[in-house]
Design a protein around this ligand. Structure first.
Ligand SMILES: Nc1ncnc2c1ncn2[C@@H]1O[C@H](COP(=O)(O)OP(=O)(O)OP(=O)(O)O)[C@@H](O)[C@H]1O
Ligand SMILES: [Mg+2]
Length: 244
């Protein structure tokens, strides 16, 4: 059962009057409850691909199908590469936006907002505005907002890129805990091969000009994983040999 299927997806951008191919014949499926990581050089179309999946850009060839046609397609949540918080709203109000169309009573809604803010470690900053946060804190607020939507499919575009390595590892653990609890499917774009291998069930390696899939690497290791295990080290070498 797939949560998401991408079939023969190609995309070009117009640049100086010419069509420049950005994605070429992308094919993959994301299983229910699967964590899929995408790594690849800057400019190979990773963010573009997520924008197509989430529906922000409908100008592409091929097909992107949510769900397997039988069940109701899962809600998609997205964490962008830049946090995209509303600068005029506090952290709390930004996260609360996730409940805009929700029928939840006010008290439960407040509790949920607080829960997701606590989860990303921003309890002391719920009344702060984005400009009062560091880059990493703003990114965590954006993660809280996406999680608060309680999506079935979570797309994350380099969500931990701005964080120091300790916090990064902590949030990776949080993400896995949330994933285990909520059984969601996750597609995470990262430039950190170790992060990809630590988190994912499969890692897609892309190459640029035009962006295409070079390899799909299964990571058949039970969780919790040992970051310095032999297999992860071998897989890291394999990934890096394709990327560098
Ligand atoms: N709106 C746009 N108009 C024209 N070209 C674009 C547009 N958005 C992206 N591109 C081009 O598409 C290509 C892929 O961009 P994209 O942002 O998807 O790459 P990426 O893999 O996410 O890179 P990074 O790792 O640096 O975030 C780049 O060459 C970029 O210049
Ligand atoms: Mg990008």
């Amino acid at each position: 059962m797939s949560a998401l299927s991408i079939e023969h997806v190609s995309k070009a951008y117009a640049l100086d009057g010419a069509q420049r191919p950005v994605l070429k014949d992308i094919n993959f499926a994301v299983g229910q409850n699967e964590i899929l990581a995408i790594v690849g050089a800057s400019g190979c179309g990773k963010s573009t691909l997520l924008r197509l999946i989430v529906g922000l850009d409908g100008d592409y060839r091929g097909s992107i199908v949510r769900g397997d046609g039988d069940t109701v397609p899962a809600k998609i949540g997205m964490v962008f590469q830049d946090h995209r918080l509303y600068p005029w709203l506090t952290v709390e109000a930004n996260v609360d936006l996730a409940f805009d169309t929700s029928p939840l009573p006010a008290r439960e809604r407040r509790e949920k907002v607080q829960h997701y803010i606590d989860l990303v470690g921003l309890s002391d900053y719920s009344k702060a505005y984005p400009r009062q946060l560091s880059g990493g804190m703003a990114q965590r607020a954006a993660i809280a907002r996406a999680l608060a939507q309680e999506p079935g499919i979570l797309l994350m575009d380099e969500p931990f890129g701005a964080l120091d390595s300790i916090l990064r590892m902590r949030l990776q653990e949080e993400l896995l805990a949330i994933w285990e609890k909520n059984r969601l499917s996750i597609v995470i774009v990262t430039h950190d091969v170790e992060e990809a291998l630590y988190l994912a069930d499969r890692v897609i390696v892309m190459e640029p000009n035009p962006g295409r899939i070079r390899d799909v690497i299964p990571v058949d290791l039970p969780r919790p994983r040992n970051r310095s295990s032999m297999l992860l080290t071998q897989l890291k070498k394999r990934c890096l040999s394709m990327l560098v």
